[in-house]
Design a protein around this ligand. Structure first.
Ligand SMILES: [Zn+2]
Length: 302
């Protein structure tokens, strides 16, 4: 599992900082999460192949989270993309994107599939053999969802010495990998755990932005390996966090602690701060494993 931070600041793009966008590589999928202005330029800088992006998840319809989307869709068209593109986001996202395509008479020649979200309960919105994606309902000034990406448990690993010793036919190896007990050549039932070991541990990533402190997301993200939680402000500006429905670094850390997250990533910083160090210090008073997102940073969690 690898996460590339294309942008992690709030509000406006600036000379050296970008608004929210991330690429999550998980089990051969390449998911784009939010698409602030300039995202396509950052994708190029990181040499991320456009065609590998088949699913885009938009948290909410504030500009700093999706103003890059129509540009990216348009570039895909100019590059004669043929691969389908799935876009998940709040109701209205289809209208805002298609209106721009309609007025500029630039319909895509690839298939654009919108999955519009309206529920305030967590939903399973994507699933295949290796990964599932759930929404995390958040509380912001407009309808907002975070996203939980979960790998599925991998196949069990065969201990070849034990498998051969147990006299099991090759035809049953697949069943063993899938966790079943099997009969050996002498007709004796062999317990799966006697000849296999657990496979690769399934990893999970939760993206929570933008939101005010919302404790009821804790059960949804319980025991997540990596939690990205917005920390727009420091506690000294908590009077600004409340009316804008954002969180402080301390609040992000409190959610991470209650959820028993493996590590907390902070981001969506207000551009009023010159240094990010105080964000880490404030969060670590509550929860130790904290990393600061920075534009261009790549986290390898494999
Ligand atoms: Zn917002």
């Amino acid at each position: 599992m690898k996460l590339t931070i294309l942008g992690c600041y709030s509000a406006t793009p600036r000379a050296l900082t970008n608004t929210t966008s991330q690429v999550l590589e998980i089990n051969n999928h390449m998911f784009l999460i939010d698409c602030g202005e300039g995202t396509q330029v950052e994708l190029r800088k990181h040499k991320i192949k456009f065609n590998r992006i088949k699913h885009i998840f938009i948290s909410h319809l504030h500009g700093d989270h999706f103003f890059g989307l129509v540009g990216l869709i348009s570039t895909f068209r100019l590059l004669t993309r043929e691969t389908d593109l799935h876009i998940y986001g709040p109701k209205g996202i289809k209208e805002v994107i298609t209106l721009q395509m309609k007025l500029s008479d630039s319909w895509t020649n690839y298939k654009l599939i919108f999955h519009e979200l309206t529920s305030t309960e967590s939903q399973l919105i994507f699933e295949d053999d290796v990964v599932e994606v759930h929404t995390i309902p958040l509380n912001h000034r407009v309808y907002t969802n975070g996203y939980l990406f979960k790998e599925k448990e991998g196949n069990r690993k065969l201990d070849m010495n034990l498998v051969e010793e147990a006299n099991i036919d090759v035809a049953y190896y697949r069943k063993l990998q899938q966790g079943f007990d099997v009969l050996n050549e002498d007709g004796v039932l062999i317990a799966n755990e006697k000849v296999t070991r657990p496979g690769k541990k399934a990893k999970s990533y939760a993206f929570c932005s933008d939101t005010m402190y919302k404790e009821d997301i804790v059960p949804i993200i319980k025991d997540v390996d990596v939690l990205y939680h917005e920390s727009t402000f420091l506690e000294k500006h908590s009077h600004l966090a409340l009316p804008t429905k954002h969180s402080t670094a301390k609040e992000a850390a409190t959610i991470a602690k209650k959820a028993n997250a493996g590590v907390l990533l902070l981001g969506h910083y207000s551009t009023r701060y010159d240094s990010l160090k105080p964000f880490k210090e404030e969060a670590q008073e509550v929860f130790k494993p904290v990393r600061l997102c920075q534009d261009g940073k790549v986290f390898d969690f494999s």
